[in-house]
Structures are given as structure tokens and as C-alpha cells.
Ligand binder design. Sequence first.
Ligand code: CU
Length: 274
Amino acid sequence: MKKMTWALALIAVFALSGQASAHFMMMHTPEIAQEKGGDMDFRIVFTHPAEAGHIMDMGGVQDFYALYQRGDAEPQKIELKGYLKEIAWANPESKGKGYSALIPKKDVRSMGDYTFVFIPGFYFEEEEGVYMQQITKVVANVGGIPGNWAEPAGLPCEIVPLIKPYGLWTGNVFKAQVLSEGKPVPGAEVEVEFLNHMPDYKANAVSKDGIVEYPHDAFVTQTIFADADGYITYGIPKAGWWGFAALGVGPQTEHNGKELSQDAVIWVKAVDMK
Ligand SMILES: [Cu+2]
């Protein structure tokens, strides 16, 4: 009996540590390539998207806004924090808090690019004794007229795409540069995950079944490294949402007297050619 309890405890520890998969700020909206301006609904959860693993407390919100830009015009900042609502989110085996944001048409009506930026608070990862903060971007487009998708958003750290992030075919190579305070990060470690369980906006939950099966734990979180100039390349093997997280690249390395991993995250969506 005692042995059994120990075994269960160990399993619980491994399940919680989530070693096979990576922490990811998931910032999701159903469509990033919009025909025309309309309401945009978001779900924002700190989780492990490749396996719909445990949900973590992101420590509140520092900022949520979009940078809108079209052609060569100056980018405009659209404040979005007021639209955030705290929600209860459910993964198949974990429940936790997240946010929804229904952004009305009036804010996302014009044709061009919208770079959505979400900056959470700090999450304390007890097992490792470190804080985490993932500064997250999603670039959307309305009407097909491109804007500033290839420009840095001026964040402490970020992943800047070099291929249109809302117009990716399955099989395209995603190329991007990892920046910290605007400067390339040579050799940055970047984790890549597939959003394997689709969000259900009505239920504030994800599907129980995954889209893909992993033949081995090594496939759950793909790991790539930036080159000497901070560039990453990743061939996208499947349609859907892909998240990239550059670990510990931000300038802030400490919070509350403890180590902080300030990460840069970007989500892109690939579609099949039909
Ligand atoms: Cu985690």
C-alpha cells in the first residue's frame, strides 16, 4: 500500500513537471487572415498546448494592445486591456484561469496588419524555483493589404517574422529573428509546439482528443536554435496553429529576488493548399 502511494506520488510529480512539453502563453483567435473587419474573439491561457497539459497562473496582465499599421503609415496603438475578462478554462486533465477578450469591430475594422501583444505578469515555477514571463504576439491581417508584420513591435524581447505570419501554407518554412531589446540573440533556444487540442470558445475548454499522436516524447516539444544572427527556421509540417517560444531572451533576469525567464512567444497559423 505504501509503495503504491509512493508510485502514485511520483507519477503526479512527473505529470506536473511537464518535462515532455513546454510552457506556452496561448493567445488564440479563430482567424488571423480576415476578409474584412469584424469582432475578434480571443482566448488567452498559460498552458502546454501540444498535450493540453496543466494550466498555470500567469500572474495577471501587464499589458494587452494591438499595433495597427497599413502600407508605410506610422503604427497606431490600440489599447485592449479593457476587453479582458477572467474566465475558467478547462483542459482534459487540468483546470485553471485564463482570459477572454472580445474585440469589437470598431477597433479592428481597417484593412492592414494588427500585431496583438499580450504581456502577462509573473508565474512562479516551484519545481525550478524560477519565475517565468512570456511576452506574446499574434499578427493578424484584415483585407489582404499588408502592413508592418516584419517590423519589431518594440518589445523587451520578441520573435520577428520574416515570412508573412498570417499567410503560411503547410510546408512553408517559418523564418524569424529573435530579438532582445531590439538586438539579435545568437544561439537562442526556441521551443516549438503544435496546438494539438482545439479551443472550444463556447465551453472555454479544449477538445479531449488531440489532432496528432506523438510517436515519442521527443516530438511533443520541438527544439531549435537560432543561428549566430538570431535567425530561426522551421518547416511547418501540418496545418494549424504553431507556437514558438524563445527562452530566457528578455533583458529582465530577476523578479522578487529569484531568477526570471523572460521569454518571447509568437503564434502563427498554417493552412493547407487546396
Ligand atoms: Cu507548466
